[in-house]
Ligand binder design. Structure first.
Ligand SMILES: *Cc1c(COP(=O)(O)O)cnc(C)c1O
Length: 228
């Protein structure tokens, strides 16, 4: 069941890559497992899925512990908001944090990343559609923060992430993704070795891939509807 859904998502990604004239391997699928149980994650893993996104730190701690025996080991991405009192456990547990939006949080993650682990991969979250209630850096702040984060020893700045407002219209979906891509290209032009543009979810992954997304974060199209 989850294997079928995963196959459907992979075929959507392949079609979008073809339409964009991009190789299918240029897009990575992150399975967003928030609110779903460890059985669902194990089922996706058995079907070949290796990268999982979680939003809530406490929930992730329990799932990572319960799934410790899975081989090969899943890669865990934090894609939800991160408060500074949770940075230590996050630096110890996760492989990626996609929601860095303050230098202070980045400094704590770098200081608390255990030396035995590889540097923590991070993305800066950008509020591309400028919504007041949304977290994320304003586009004008991204440059300075990116250069500061890239200089931290125990972090590896991988790129940018955004969660634009949901809209059904493809042209409107593409606009914020294009803005994010513009920032990404600008930072790379300034010498930052970024490889990840994390954008696109179940309902807008095609638009994101057309605008250059290298990682799509897909939950409900794989695991079904989340409980409200
Ligand atoms: C929940 C969530 C997703 C997945 O959303 P779906 O619409 O279920 O695919 C992706 N990114 C973030 C940051 C999320 O919180």
């Amino acid at each position: 069941m989850i294997a079928d859904k995963l196959a459907q998502v992979h075929s959507r990604i392949a079609s979008a890559c073809m339409a964009a004239g991009r190789p299918v391997q240029s897009v990575t699928l992150l399975a967003v497992s928030k609110t779903f149980g460890v059985d669902a994650i194990a089922e996706a893993h058995a079907a070949g899925q290796r990268r999982f996104g979680e939003n809530y730190v406490q929930e992730a701690i329990e799932k990572v512990a319960a799934l410790e025996g899975l081989e090969p080991r899943p890669e865990w991405h934090l894609i939800g908001p991160l408060q500074s009192n949770k940075t230590r456990v996050v630096a110890e547990l996760f492989d990626w944090v996609q929601t860095v939006d303050r230098i202070k949080i980045a400094e704590r993650l770098s200081a608390q990343r255990p030396p035995v682990l590889a540097p923590l991969s991070v993305c800066l979250q950008v509020n591309v559609s400028g919504e007041a209630r949304k977290s994320g850096l304003a586009p004008g702040e991204v440059g300075a923060v990116a250069h500061a984060v890239a200089a931290l020893p125990r972090l590896r700045l991988r790129g940018l992430m955004a969660i634009p407002e949901v809209t059904g219209d493809v042209a409107a979906q593409r606009r914020p993704f294009r803005a994010l891509r513009g920032l990404f290209d600008q930072l790379r032009g300034e010498g930052l070795a970024l490889d990840t543009l994390s954008a696109g979810m179940s309902d807008d992954l095609e638009a994101a891939i057309l605008e250059g997304a290298t990682m799509v974060r897909v939950g409900s199209a794989i695991f079904g509807r989340r409980p409200a």
